[in-house]
Design a protein around this ligand. Structure first.
Ligand SMILES: [Cu+2]
Length: 124
């Protein structure tokens, strides 16, 4: 089958143009996908223990991009629920659940199984 071959110089030009067109999209994607704290290399991991029907600590301040791990040390299930923001659903005894804080704000949360269990997550 006959095919039309472009001169090498024109082909190179096309490849360069394609790279130049893609560069801003790649940069924008990285900018939006990676939270600021990850770009700065300081995403942290925090642990909240659940024991004695309490969150310990019950208030925690983190940076965007940080991960919070709730560890259930009680012999029965609990949840970590901030309606409309995050919901672990039932975390079994001895289980854990983690959340990556991508959204800034102060989020009060509860255990839906024990409504007296309250916690606060602040995300800067
Ligand atoms: Cu509970």
């Amino acid at each position: 089958m006959a095919s039309i071959r472009l001169p090498a110089a024109r082909r190179d030009g096309r490849q360069k143009r394609r790279r130049l067109v893609l560069a801003p999209f790649v940069a924008l994607t990285l900018f939006f996908v990676l939270p600021g704290s990850i770009l700065a290399g300081k995403a942290a991991r925090h642990t909240v223990r659940i024991r004695g029907v309490k969150f310990e600590p019950d208030t925690i301040e983190v940076n965007r991009g940080d991960t919070i791990v709730w560890v259930n040390q009680d012999p029965y299930p609990h949840t970590v629920t901030a309606p409309g923001v995050f919901d672990s659903h039932s975390i079994p005894a001895g289980g854990k659940w983690q959340y990556v804080a991508r959204k800034a704000g102060d989020f009060s949360y509860v255990c839906t199984l024990h409504p007296n269990m309250k916690g606060m997550l602040g995300v800067k």
